[in-house]
Ligand binder design. Structure first.
Ligand SMILES: Nc1nc2c(ncn2[C@@H]2O[C@H](COP(=O)(O)OP(=O)(O)O)[C@@H](O)[C@H]2O)c(=O)[nH]1
Ligand SMILES: [Mg+2]
Length: 229
């Protein structure tokens, strides 16, 4: 009965596919990845790019975490690994929104099919972060309104995951959740509450640090793992 009740909460009927159009549809589709520091945003961007490349789609990455140069370096490493171009700031501390815009502009100029924008997640300055993310969404929307805004949550997060969801949900309508670090001992049960709070599904899970360690969310497997089966 518990298993059935949990499965009901997870809701296996939700559409968990990425709303990024179809190969060859001629349009540019944009996804923005948000979440607090260290949850796995940059890694997730790299992994999603890998999935898209495997589907023969052309991808551009935007490094809109300009706070630390290392963040753009990390995304560039992912770009090289999966074979997609990365647009990054020319100077340290550049405006994240202008980098995001430049990435969108390049994606459009190159007739790329998907733009993935990586962002910073310093929650310490909530208003600053919201302003920054809001501006990123606005400028990118001038070129290609994001059809996905993915919230990345770390499976080790507890109740704070709900706070994160509320904060980021105020910036832009979130369209999906990525639950990372599910390869560890944490089971990530908080996503059930987050999914209900936001009304959007968990779409992917992160199962490691490698390029292929991203999997579609499996409601049954998730519930069984929660129940220790
Ligand atoms: N074990 C594990 N580690 C992950 C996963 N996703 C990301 N990481 C690691 O978590 C750390 C932070 O990831 P990063 O993408 O830089 O987080 P960001 O600050 O949100 O961009 C890095 O060491 C990643 O390799 C995952 O699914 N499993
Ligand atoms: Mg990052």
């Amino acid at each position: 009965m518990l298993r059935a009740a949990l499965l009901d909460v997870v809701d296996p009927t939700l559409d968990r596919s990425l709303a990024l159009g179809a190969a060859g549809d001629g349009a540019l589709h944009t996804a923005i990845v948000v979440g607090v520091n260290g949850v796995g945003k940059t890694t997730t961007v790299g992994k999603i790019a890998r999935v898209l490349v495997a589907q023969d789609r052309t991808v551009v990455l935007g490094a809109a975490d300009t706070f630390r140069a290392a963040a753009a370096d990390q995304l560039e490493t992912w770009g090289a690994r999966v074979g997609v171009p990365v647009v990054r700031a020319h100077v340290d501390g550049a405006d994240p929104a202008s980098v995001a815009y430049e990435a969108a502009d390049r994606a459009r100029a190159e007739s790329a099919e998907v733009l993935l924008v990586d962002t910073a997640g310093r929650l310490q300055n909530k208003q600053g972060l919201m302003d920054e993310l809001g501006k990123i969404v606005r400028v990118v929307s001038k070129v290609s309104p994001p059809s996905e805004v993915l919230l990345v949550l770390d499976a080790t997060t507890g109740q704070n995951g709900l706070t994160q969801a509320r904060v980021f949900g105020q910036v832009a309508p979130l369209t999906g959740i990525v639950l990372t670090k599910l390869d560890g001992t944490a089971k990530g049960g908080i996503v059930l509450a987050v999914q209900r709070e936001l009304g959007v599904p968990v779409k992917f899970v992160g199962l490691g640090e490698g390029a292929d360690d991203l999997a579609p969310f499996d409601p049954e497997g998730f519930v069984d793992s929660l129940l220790g089966q």
